[in-house]
Write a protein of this length. Sequence first.
Length: 405
Amino acid sequence: MKAHTCAHLLTLSALLAMGCHSPVDEAGSTVPDTCEATPPVVAPQKTDLLFVIDNSNSMQEEQQAIATELPAFLAALKAGSGVAQEFRVGVITTSVYQRLALENGSDSIRSFPDQEGRLQPVKDEAGKPTDERFIDSSDPLLLDKFQRLVAQGTSGSGQETPFEAVRLAVSTPLAERPIAEGGNGGFLRDGARLLVVVVSDEEDCSSIERPSPVALSLDSGVDACSDNADKLTPVADYFKTFQGLHDSSGASREVLWATIGPVGLTDKQVGAVKETVGGATYVRNIDCPTSYGPGFRQSAMATEFDATRANLDSICKSDYRETLIDIAELATVAQSIDVVNLPDPRLAIVNVTRANGSVQTCSVANGDLRYEPSGEDRSARLFFLGPCLRRVGDTKVEVKVLCAG
């Protein structure tokens, strides 16, 4: 009988009594023959939060509503689902470019050099920009600064491009250029997960091409971005880029995505409808009266990250308290944890305490955990699989090691 078939036994001596081969005796083994005095340690979960705020001229009320509910969001985030949380927050806007088709047949092309994926400055109490570009969870003024940071105004592009803004923010050269030189360097940390939260009342109109292959129309009843969606960079291409991110140590970066966007209040449906208000016709999404686009691409990106669309909600809600709490809870449930002082992954036993008090026992040997060894400047990592996937409401994660003695 091989060792992996005896994974639920609690000690090596019990394994041997059952006729299992002891890993201690294998050449080059790192398995201790006595219990370690110091148990394995679960490191705090590091998350880099990147809020993408639509700063077009229709977003003032929505920005204020987000700021109002940030206390609940931060409280839920700090609760942590049983694992200590260590996070930081930065904000970018949806403004990258704007191409507008004029009546004379020419195009008006506008750029936003102080935005375009750049972390926006934290403002002081007087509303003046500071040199600070992100806020750490340990900052005693976190809430006040975060609320000021969310208020990005309404003078940005009317051609919202959240996907392209994120791509620029987290890719070379901007992600590596020092903040003092106009980059985002230092925001993304090695070993940290990235949570992107898009807040917008408009459809995404992102393209990696310059100038944009799609021009807005002066007619508010024409949805140029949706009508010419085939000219935009596919959602799947952006998703592939985000899933392929690595930190400076070469480790894959865990990326999460949440959207408060132009989808329906009921069942998060998408589809274009036209509505006339005050003599002007506007394109909106089904069952979302304060939206300005159908939300096909916004919904598609959220679905790429989570097929259940638990990470997607409507910008047309009267308040965002429950939505932000749900996003915070999703953010705290990582499907991997860093571990130190783990002598051999074959002996790792992880107990996950569920919301109802039951304990799920997981192990590498049983195939419901995957082990990624440590590398230069990074810890080893355990990934949760199958029935051991972590859930919102888990209250504790505990790592133990099978040992002789």
